[in-house]
Design a protein around this ligand. Structure first.
Ligand SMILES: O=C(CO)[C@H](O)[C@H](O)COP(=O)(O)O
Ligand SMILES: [Co+2]
Length: 221
């Protein structure tokens, strides 16, 4: 199943509830929440209080992307905000397997993200434990960047690896994803697409529907 997960980082925060509702009405399946700590990435975005507040607006799947150092310190706190999926960066964890166990013990689905320069081998011993792998298609930290093409090779290789191992784990892509490159991204093997600026710049309903139109081409095949 193909899912659009709009990143609220690009939304107008004075109209957050309304804009989330608009993208959901037009077909978005998840809501992507980018947490940045000013250490793992240069920017600071938002944390638990914001997620807890918007949890009151919708019961959609909350897909929380933690761009924070040593995320094991905060798993239980983010689980309490109503997160459905928590994704940590392999590069930010000293004991990745332990953090994955912490996420699952908190009753939340576990995802691991890889920066563009991090090889798939970083997942070697944990892949079977995961619900989702996030292949970053830009270096994390900022919205509005251009997709780095070689990251799609990694998506393709991961899909093949999963097939070999008989695994059916979601592959999410994040960074520079637009309706105009969604076909290519899905063909590479991704099934959860994060869209920030491509969803929230301009007409949110039309932007979301443009992704849904691409998804429909695959689902009608
Ligand atoms: O994780 C992220 C940044 O690190 C965001 O999810 C991503 O940047 C989305 O924004 P855009 O679609 O505009 O690239
Ligand atoms: Co993100």
């Amino acid at each position: 199943m193909l899912i659009l997960s709009p990143s609220i980082l690009a939304a107008d925060f004075t109209k957050l509830g309304e804009q989330i509702e608009e993208t959901i009405s037009a077909g978005a399946g998840y809501i992507h929440l980018d947490v940045m700590d000013g250490m793992f990435v240069p920017q600071i975005s938002f944390g638990m209080p914001v997620i807890e507040t918007i949890r009151k607006c919708t019961d959609k799947v909350f897909d929380v992307h933690l761009m924070i150092e040593d995320p094991g310190r905060y798993i239980e706190a983010f689980a309490k905000t109503g997160a459905d999926i928590i994704t940590v960066h392999a590069e930010a964890c000293r004991h990745l397997d332990r953090v994955i166990q912490q996420i699952k013990a908190a009753g939340v689905k576990a995802g691991v993200a890889l920066n563009p320069a991090t090889p798939l081998s970083a997942l070697d011993y944990v892949l079977d434990e995961l619900d989702m792998v996030l292949i970053m298609t830009v270096n994390p930290g900022f919205g509005g960047q251009k997709l780095i093409p070689y990251c799609l090779e990694k998506v393709h290789d991961l899909r093949l690896l999963m097939k070999e191992r008989g695994l059916d784990i979601d592959i999410q892509v994040d960074g520079g994803i637009k309706a105009s490159n969604a076909k290519e991204v899905v063909e590479a093997g991704a099934n959860v697409l994060v869209g920030g600026s491509a969803v929230f710049s301009g007409d949110i309903t039309a932007n979301t529907k443009a992704f849904m139109d691409v998804f429909a081409e695959f689902e009608n095949k």
